[in-house]
Design a protein around this ligand. Structure first.
Ligand code: HEM
Length: 535
């Protein structure tokens, strides 16, 4: 008597049509015509040639031929769930209204529905969930003011600080264009010329690069945003989700043992916990800084390769998020969901973080291509409030966008004939003032190594051991100049860090094999297996 999620239940809690009972609905075509034979195409005689007027067959097959849409260019493999966000009405000890007028945060106990999609980044839609990769943590809040998307990762920093570099970064991590295999040499060729990546690399090659599952990992907005209050005053903010389930990461060996048996373990873990009523929960914290350059810091608050030190900028709780409902249809809800950093509500704003601005273009751009012009009309993406827009038509437009009582002839604004009118302002706009030259330049306070070294020293011994092992395995097949450049960068982070990687590479000699990052396949395990087979 297995319960099938999403299948309607009768008044006794029983499901029909789950194999035990009788079917509840006769099959039709998508035109609504009854299907009386779903087994045989029409032929001239029962062995004969098929005819072109096989309409039912042609419709069935041609729809099947179009079942796939392009997968996400990054973050293709994912799992999603519905739930809610519950506000505390405060930010730490203070009323939240001091910093933001965003309605979802104001009232203690106020619940806002959410949809969350977790993901891995580099490989395709059915790739193993045990791979070393950042994990996506994207949250869509369906607020009364329209949607807010917080599109984050499990790791709190990123590889680069300028959006210009993103396509190159992704190309280096994606499979080689010739062999179609991910290759550590290509990755470290790029990274050895990208010193700002050292902090992220230090996290990625440690156990934090393979979270044990989606429930036991953190989420972070990574980029710097702003909060705006009812006076139009802004502060800089960073967002962090902390799992109530605790944080659990895997060593490379643990991940490989899981992968040998199950390459969907994270999706399965999330689905089954929710199905069994063990709802995962996260607390949402913010860090706040005044909205200026902070010359006193040795880093720039708009630089996403940096952590804001907790001692100076404490984590202030603002609410909690619970995931309590699985999707009914993976494609409709998870695959077609579309998150973007431009999707903010009143009281939330962009900072000048150069990555954030670049991201804000990329998301809706890719979604118009990946899902279609009218991706915002799909139920998973549509706001849970009236949409009153003159942006009409386009492929697959199905909403009529005409409200009862309004003049259906008016699809423009302004008009005196009864169309949509502009909404009233809810408070003064935040209007930052600029006085600078327009340039193409790096930021001043790059400090590429300081925090990476601190992160290295803050790891526990087993985490540091795993980090070194994974780096050595991945770097082993790389050309000597790339290895040397990387050792130099690790040494700048921390002398012990550089020394250990150099020593590991020396021991490995020229035995490294090209292959996926971190994998023991590319290093000592392959060697051990070969040695054994020779014996
Ligand atoms: C997905 C671009 C940086 C987190 C995507 C997608 C694109 C993209 C094109 C696919 C979206 C879709 O098909 O719906 C970029 C660019 C970046 C950048 C251009 C830098 C300039 C980041 C950073 C984070 C991040 C720093 C973490 C904070 C995500 C997540 C998804 C995603 C979580 C998956 C969203 C989902 O589940 O649908 N990104 N990204 N990205 N990105 Fe980024």
């Amino acid at each position: 008597n297995q319960i099938i999620p999403g299948l309607p239940e009768d008044q006794n809690g029983k499901q029909n049509g789950n194999g035990a009972g009788k079917p509840t609905q006769e099959l039709t075509t998508r035109q609504g015509h009854p299907v009386v034979d779903n087994q045989n195409i029409r032929t001239i005689g029962n062995r004969g040639p098929a005819t072109l007027e096989n309409y039912q067959f042609l419709e069935k097959m041609s729809h099947f031929d179009r079942e796939r849409i392009p997968e996400r260019v990054v973050h293709a493999r994912g799992a999603g769930a519905h739930g809610y966000f519950e506000a505390y009405g405060s930010v730490g000890e203070e009323p939240v209204s001091k910093y933001t007028r965003a309605k979802l945060f104001q009232e203690k106990g106020k619940r806002t529905p959410v949809f969350v999609r977790f993901s891995s980044v580099i490989h395709g839609g059915h790739s193993p969930e045990t791979l070393r990769d950042p994990r996506g943590f994207a949250v869509k809040f369906y607020t009364e003011d329209g949607n807010w998307d917080l599109v984050g990762n499990n790791l709190k920093v990123f590889f680069i600080r300028d959006a210009m570099k993103f396509p190159d970064l992704v190309h280096a991590f994606k499979p080689d264009p010739v062999t179609n295999i991910q290759d550590g040499e290509r990755i470290f060729d790029f990274i050895s010329n990208t010193p700002e990546a050292m902090h992220m690399i230090t996290f990625l090659f440690s156990p934090f690069g393979i979270p044990a599952n989606y429930r036991q990992m953190q989420g972070s907005g990574v980029n710097t945003y702003k909060w705006v209050n009812d006076k139009g005053e802004a502060v800089l903010v960073k967002y962090h989700f902390e799992p109530k389930q605790g944080i659990k990461n895997l060593t490379q060996d643990q991940a490989e043992a899981i992968q040998g048996k199950n390459f969907n373990h994270a999706t399965q873990d999330l689905f089954e916990h929710i199905q069994q009523g063990q709802f995962p929960e996260w607390e949402l914290f913010v860090q706040i800084m005044s909205d200026d350059e902070h010359a006193e810091l040795d880093f720039d608050p708009l630089d996403d390769t940096k952590l804001w030190p907790k001692e100076q900028f404490p984590w202030l709780p603002v609410g909690r998020m619970v995931l309590d409902r699985n999707p009914i249809n993976y494609f409709a809800e998870v695959e077609q969901s579309a998150f973007g950093t431009g999707v903010l509500v009143d009281g939330l704003d962009f900072s000048d973080d150069k990555m954030l601005i670049g991201r804000t273009f990329a998301y809706s751009d890719t979604q118009r291509y990946r899902v279609g012009t009218n991706y915002l009309q799909l139920p998973i993406n549509a706001p849970r409030k009236n949409v009153a827009t003159n942006q009409r038509d386009g492929q697959m437009a199905y909403r009529q966008d005409i409200m009862p009582g309004l003049n259906p002839h008016v699809n423009y604004e302004p008009s005196s004939m009864g169309g949509y009118v502009e909404a009233p302002r809810t408070g003064p706009d935040h209007e930052p003032h600029y006085n600078a030259r327009k340039v193409r330049q790096k930021i001043d306070r790059q400090n590429n190594f300081g925090q990476a070294g601190e992160t290295y020293r803050n790891f526990e011994d087993w985490e540091r051991d795993d980090l070194i092992k994974n780096l050595v395995n991945t770097l082993a097949p790389a050309a000597k100049p790339i290895q040397d450049k990387m050792i130099e960068l690790f040494t700048q982070c921390d002398a012990d860090y550089g020394r250990r990687v150099a020593e590991g590479l020396r021991k490995m000699g020229s035995n490294g094999q090209h292959g996926p990052i971190g994998s023991s396949e590319s290093g000592d395990a392959v060697r051990a297996a070969e040695d054994q087979s020779k014996e």
